[in-house]
Design a protein around this ligand. Structure first.
Ligand SMILES: Nc1nc2c(c(=O)[nH]1)N[C@H]1C(S)=C(S)[C@@H](COP(=O)(O)O)O[C@H]1N2
Ligand SMILES: [Mo]
Length: 438
């Protein structure tokens, strides 16, 4: 036993991560990734580390780390963003939103996550900004100014959730390369713009159209002029949905520069990598688009499940389309302490690429029993939905609250990490918070 006295939920790892790993897992592991395997014999040490008895410890899944030992965030300020976002990389800029900062129904612009693959454009002149529609399956090449878009087509607003396909990557074992997103590469905003289909139809879509693809005005990290950073897209059927937008406003304001100002695509329900930022060109393709980050291993998963660690050849990888059902507890945050005589009022958000979320359940005994949360309807498809529950606890001690959403296709979140894949996409495992009842 180390002689350091451990009091709170975060302190152990912050004081001495290597000693903490030894104490908890009986071995030294990489303190940065904090991966470990819980043996039942470690439960006493665990309760000590948590500073509280872990109630229902007998149900705690082996191979998991208690949520109460997660690191706190690093405050770091980005242009147009609030401190409190967790910066994962600054070249290119990638920053995620901690769950407790996602408690608003609409994620504020200065809290919305940022996933850049290159360098955003500078000195943007909105008055001269245009987008061009072209491609093998376009009847003509046609260019629109921002003013054209606003005046020629119906202006619409939808609440749409954007989630990076790699959200949750940090949980994969063996680890996957790329930004180590924990839970925060997601947000839901009110996006205002025009329907992509109205613009595509104005230019003219040939009957052989298969895919649409975007080109944006960001610069490749190499600095090479004209080198495309990323050019992805969606099948034509997705492009033609009512909620598929070319947007110029986010929550009634300009889109922040880091999120695509002055114009971007927004596709709810698909990986956010399809939602091109700094939008300059849309190509209507007569085949599945083959631009940078459409092919190879990028934004693709094995067509058939594979064992963790498997090397999968490119031709056995399939493009990610619909994103899976998922949820987050947005109040309180991990580490909350409250008195047993009170109920704990949790709040959260749940989303899916299906028509809607049908049910959200919570568990305080590691999934042995589940109870229903109260769930609110969404304004429109692809918006996230708010849920809440008032929870009573049987005794004092350490608990984790887990939530699990089920959508209108009957699909529910897995409790543990779903299918391993080489690049660590599509982790929709249940979210959990650690709390202490005193
Ligand atoms: N032009 C351009 N569009 C882009 C990207 C990019 O790097 N360049 N990143 C994509 C990825 S991978 C994601 S997850 C979303 C992130 O959107 P956000 O930064 O507004 O949250 O934008 C997508 N659109
Ligand atoms: Mo992404």
């Amino acid at each position: 036993m180390p002689d350091k006295k451990v009091t709170g939920l975060h302190e152990l790892y912050e004081k001495d991560p290597i000693e903490a790993d030894k104490l908890l897992w009986g071995r030294t592991s990489d303190p940065v990734s904090r991966r470990g395997f819980l043996q039942k014999s470690a439960l006493t040490a665990l309760s000590l580390a948590l500073g509280s008895k872990m109630v229902f410890a007998e149900n705690f899944p082996a191979g998991m780390i208690p949520a109460g030992l997660a690191h706190s965030d690093l405050p770091f300020s980005l242009p147009g963003k609030r401190a409190g976002l967790v910066v994962l990389n600054d070249k290119p800029i990638n920053a995620e939103t901690p769950p407790d900062l996602l408690n608003d129904l609409l994620t504020p612009n200065d809290l919305f996550f940022v996933r850049n693959n290159g360098i955003p454009p500078e000195n943007i002149d909105v008055s001269s900004w245009t987008i061009t529609i072209e491609g093998e399956s376009a009847n003509q090449k046609k260019t629109y100014s921002l003013a054209d878009l606003k005046s020629k087509f119906e202006n619409v607003t939808y609440n749409l959730t954007l989630e990076c396909g790699g959200n949750g990557r940090a949980e994969f074992t063996p680890p996957a390369k790329g930004n180590q997103w924990s839970t925060g590469a997601v947000g839901c905003a009110a996006w205002t713009g025009v329907r992509l289909k109205d613009v595509l139809e104005d230019a003219g879509v040939k009957s052989n159209a298969v895919y649409i693809a975007y080109y944006g005005k960001d610069t490749h990290l190499s600095g090479e002029a004209g080198k495309v950073v990323i050019s992805r897209g969606v099948p034509i059927a997705k492009a033609m949905e009512d909620e598929s937008l070319i947007a110029w406003a986010m929550n009634g304001k300009n889109i922040p520069v880091l999120n695509g100002y002055p114009l971007r695509l927004v596709f709810g329900g698909f990986p956010a990598s399809c939602s091109g930022k700094w939008l300059a060109k849309i190509v209507i393709r007569d085949r599945v688009h083959d631009g940078p980050k459409m092919t190879g291993q990028s934004y693709r998963v094995p067509c058939k499940p594979v064992a963790p660690g498997t090397k999968v050849p490119d031709d056995e990888m399939c493009i990610i389309e619909k994103m899976p059902v998922k949820s987050l507890i947005t109040f309180p945050k991990t580490g909350a302490i409250f008195e047993k005589k009170n109920q704990l009022a949790i709040q959260g958000k749940a989303w899916t690429s299906a028509t809607k979320i049908d049910q959200v359940d919570y568990s305080i005994d590691f999934g042995s029993t589940w109870s229903k949360c109260t769930l609110k309807a969404a304004k429109n498809r692809y918006s996230w939905q708010a849920f809440s529950a008032d929870i009573s606890f049987p005794e004092t001690g350490y608990y984790e609250v887990w939530v699990r959403a089920t959508d209108s296709e009957g699909k529910a979140q897995p409790m543990l990490l779903p299918g391993w894949n080489p690049r660590g996409y599509l982790n929709n495992a249940c979210h959990r918070i650690a709390i202490k009842v005193s």
